[in-house]
Design a protein around this ligand. Structure first.
Ligand SMILES: [Zn+2]
Ligand SMILES: [Zn+2]
Length: 244
């Protein structure tokens, strides 16, 4: 299995990075985790075959994780995609997807797709399987609007990849990422504690109880990016590939 960091930036393009979008592939597995506003150009830049993606998992409805979907879905329609596609995310995703499609491309939400599109709402701590991919969403803590907020534990091909989503520290991150082959964790700030986001120093305090096999930091602000030289963990970059 491998993950390619199509985009690992925050909402503000810190460091010139694209919004969140991770491409996970294996022998039978091909899915995206999050689809931020800039994801279609980021996927095209890397030459990733969009028509081979079977599943898109969404952690929450902020634009840097969700607003790439209208572009991706219209591109799929115009490039004559035929393969079925599943989009799964927090409760309310059917209505939220319709809203963002209409806001960005009026009348696009009523278009009949040439391909079968399933939009699936995920309930916290209820595992769902999509083909060979088993997803367990955990509730995380990320403010008042744009939720529900999920972190994801994903099992596929005997491997586990866990992703915090955007969140301040919450105890659910322990079962979410415990022993994961790959733990992708937000490290928004270096040490300063802010609401709604995770700082590296807070994450580090809890790493022994999480004990992931590999850790990659993502969603870094300018504060964090400016201190990367002091960081001993692997930090994501756009285009980076990590096997797990
Ligand atoms: Zn974000
Ligand atoms: Zn967010």
């Amino acid at each position: 299995m491998q993950v390619r960091f199509v985009g690992c930036g925050d909402a503000f393009g810190s460091g010139g990075r694209y919004n969140t979008c991770f491409h996970v592939t294996g022998a039978q597995t091909n899915f995206l985790i999050d689809c931020g506003a800039s994801s279609l150009p980021a996927l095209k830049r890397l030459g990733i075959a969009r028509e081979e993606i079977d599943l898109i998992l969404i952690t929450h409805f902020h634009g840097d994780h969700f607003a790439g979907l209208p572009f991706l879905l219209l591109d799929a329609q115009f490039s004559r995609r035929t393969r079925p596609l599943v989009v799964a995310g927090p409760q309310g995703i059917e209505a939220r997807l319709k809203q963002v499609m209409e806001a960005l491309f009026e009348r696009s939400s009523g278009t009949r797709q040439r391909f079968e599109l399933s939009v699936v709402a995920l309930a916290p701590e209820e595992s769902r399987s999509f083909g060979d991919v088993r997803v367990t969403p955990y509730p995380v803590v990320h403010g008042e609007s744009g939720g529900p907020f999920l972190g994801l534990r994903i099992e596929a091909e005997s491997r586990v990849v866990a992703y915090t989503g955007d969140t301040e520290w919450t105890e659910t991150l322990i079962p979410l990422a415990h022993g994961a082959d790959l733990f992708i964790a937000e490290a928004y700030m270096y040490e300063k504690i802010v609401k709604n986001h995770l700082s590296l120093k807070t994450l580090e305090q809890h790493l022994p109880e999480i004990s992931p096999k590999r850790l990659v930091l993502t969603h870094m602000s300018d504060d964090m990016l400016s201190r990367l030289e002091q960081v001993t963990h692997l930090a994501a970059e756009d285009g980076m590939v990590v096997a797990f």
